[in-house]
Design a protein around this ligand. Structure first.
Ligand SMILES: Nc1ncnc2c1ncn2[C@@H]1O[C@H](COP(=O)(O)OP(=O)(O)OP(=O)(O)O)[C@@H](O)[C@H]1O
Length: 298
């Protein structure tokens, strides 16, 4: 069994009298990427802040990197093993990139070298630029390098790819895959569901502060085992609804038929419509599952 790096049971947290998280259970094991998904305001950042001890919470059981909630040795020892990339994390406006990284290295007992950090963030070319002059995507990459500075065992990535271009985003995905190989545990929040689908071993869906799903992407998909058929067809809506397996028909640029049995639907469609064109069949994506779970239109 894999080592558990973080475990919480029945966590409750909020702001003043406003309850935000209710009875949340969560685990993160070594080498596991857990994606926490939820619509705006679902409580993702509050969850990370609670885990980091940045706000008060109540919990039946809480352990982080082997330390319990009230363990006095906790704070300093945990910091050495934890990497955090928070939304709106800030860097010095006046230090250069290299200076900022060098300052940060001093917090850790076994930091990565400056060259390694610049390479991770792909910031060699701008290492002598002031952090305040970096583009939004470059600042985001610098925050990643800072999070990885101390060779963490557990990494929190709160919407890490916001503002990154497609190359930087794919590079970060590759880095996450490599960190997983090195047995780093990761908690990732993202609104890019393709990202969660690519990276996560397990997806936790938060909705109104409660966990409504906690499973692998493939298990979540098998809960809603529908396929989506897109095509151009000369059949009427009424004829389409009568095909076997059909649970939904919608028509935008292309016709979209949702089926619980795509082979049956397709056989009947091909038999009945000699003019069928632009046919494409897909499994439902994590995005559809997420919309279904959180009450949006699937
Ligand atoms: N400092 C605060 N004081 C009071 N309420 C807060 C505070 N921070 C967050 N909230 C509220 O707590 C709820 C959860 O916010 P949180 O930032 O955890 O959501 P989130 O899932 O991270 O959202 P997003 O996807 O928009 O980043 C929201 O209703 C928010 O308005």
């Amino acid at each position: 069994m894999k080592t558990l790096l973080a475990e919480m049971q029945q966590l409750n947290a909020g702001y003043g009298s406003q309850a935000v998280l209710e009875n949340v259970n969560l685990t993160i094991a070594a080498g596991e990427v857990v994606a926490v998904l939820g619509i705006n305001g679902a409580g993702k950042t509050t969850l990370i802040k609670s885990l980091l001890g940045l706000m008060p919470y109540q919990c039946e059981h809480f352990s982080l990197l082997g330390y319990q909630q009230h363990d006095q040795r906790r704070a300093a020892n945990i910091k050495q093993q934890l990497g955090v990339m928070l939304q709106l994390g800030s860097v010095s406006a006046t230090l250069t990139v290299a200076e900022q990284l060098l300052v940060f290295r001093h917090y850790y007992a076994n930091p990565k070298s400056l060259a390694e950090l610049l390479e991770i963030a792909d910031l060699e070319a701008v290492q002598h630029h002031r952090c305040g002059d970096l583009s939004a995507g470059q600042q985001q990459r610098l925050l990643l390098a800072l999070a990885l500075c101390g060779n963490p065992r557990l990494l929190f990535l709160d919407e890490p790819t916001v503002g990154m271009d497609i190359h930087a985003r794919r590079r970060l995905w590759q880095q996450i895959a490599e960190l997983r190989q090195q047995q780093v545990g990761m908690l990732l929040t993202t609104h890019y569901l393709e990202e969660a689908e690519q990276l996560a071993d397990r997806v936790v869906v938060l909705h109104q502060g409660r966990v409504i799903a906690n499973d692998s992407v493939s298990s979540l998909k098998s809960r809603l085992n529908y396929q989506r058929i897109r095509c151009r067809s000369s059949l009427s809506q009424q004829q389409l609804w009568q095909l076997p397996g059909v649970v939904d028909v919608s028509s935008e640029r292309l016709l979209t038929i949702t089926s619980k049995s795509a082979p049956d639907t397709l056989r009947a469609l091909l038999n009945q419509d000699p003019d069928l064109q632009d046919l494409d069949v897909q499994m439902l994506s994590l995005e559809h599952i997420f919309l279904h779970l959180t009450g949006g239109q699937a």
